[in-house]
Write a protein that binds this ligand. Structure first.
Ligand SMILES: CC(C)(COP(=O)(O)OP(=O)(O)OC[C@H]1O[C@@H](n2cnc3c(N)ncnc32)[C@H](O)[C@@H]1OP(=O)(O)O)[C@@H](O)C(=O)NCCC(=O)NCCS
Length: 191
């Protein structure tokens, strides 16, 4: 490889030193993805310093019940991240919950979402059996198209109060982490 060859973005597990980069993408990701979907005051209240404190604590927690992966553009640093944790056991068995997934607008539709979820799903599958679930804003059409493209089953539409606003959420589910890993594997379609 010569010095001119661009290096592609790649995905790896997050470390504590990633807290600042994750916090920046978290805040910008919210502001880009939720403009027009959430109240402007909610978006304006997002703070990199607060997110960084939260992520530093979170990433220090012992492994085994939470997983975070970052997408790195070698020219720019962290441009996306995804995370999941073990959810409370449901009556029908253990579940993992994907809690965060954000990629900067500048890096959308390059396969990074699929790569992040694949890495996460493989880590969850190694941790044990369990279905995988997540919630998205019902109005977040791009995210919902992504979840459908990677084989997510729409299981619920739920209205709830968050602070002063009411939001409608769409729930997606995969029967197992191995199923999700298979559906996001390189060169695989969701069918
Ligand atoms: C949802 C998100 C993570 C998808 O990541 P991405 O890297 O852009 O997605 P990928 O490139 O891996 O896309 C995989 C497939 O999903 C589908 N897809 C992804 N984005 C889509 C869109 N905007 N519209 C329609 N289909 C889409 C396509 O089938 C795509 O395959 P293709 O590009 O070969 O057609 C990204 O849009 C994002 O970070 N959005 C902002 C934050 C957000 O809304 N997070 C979700 C919170 S619940």
């Amino acid at each position: 490889m010569n010095a001119q060859t661009p290096v592609s973005p790649y995905v790896r597990p997050a470390i504590v030193d990633d807290a600042e980069g994750i916090a920046k993408v978290h805040v910008r990701g919210w502001q880009e993805a939720y403009a027009g979907l959430l109240a402007k005051e909610v978006l304006d209240r997002q703070s990199v310093a607060r997110r960084m404190r939260e992520w530093t604590e979170y990433l220090k927690e012992p492994p085994g019940h939470r997983w975070t992966f970052v997408a790195i553009d070698p020219a720019q640093g962290i441009v996306g991240f995804a995370g999941a944790h073990r959810a409370r056991p449901a009556p029908y068995g253990p579940t993992f919950k994907i809690t965060v997934l954000y990629i900067l607008q500048s890096h959308l539709r390059r396969g990074l979402g699929r790569q992040l979820i694949h890495a996460l799903a493989r880590a969850l599958a190694e941790a044990g059996p369990g279905a995988v679930a997540l919630w998205s804003l019902e109005a977040n059409r791009p995210a919902r198209a992504f979840y459908a493209a990677i084989g997510g089953r729409l299981t619920a539409i739920l209205a709830e109060r968050q602070g002063d606003s009411r939001v409608t959420l769409a729930g997606y589910r995969w029967r197992s982490a191995a199923d999700l890993a298979g559906k996001t594997a390189p060169q695989q379609s969701a069918t």
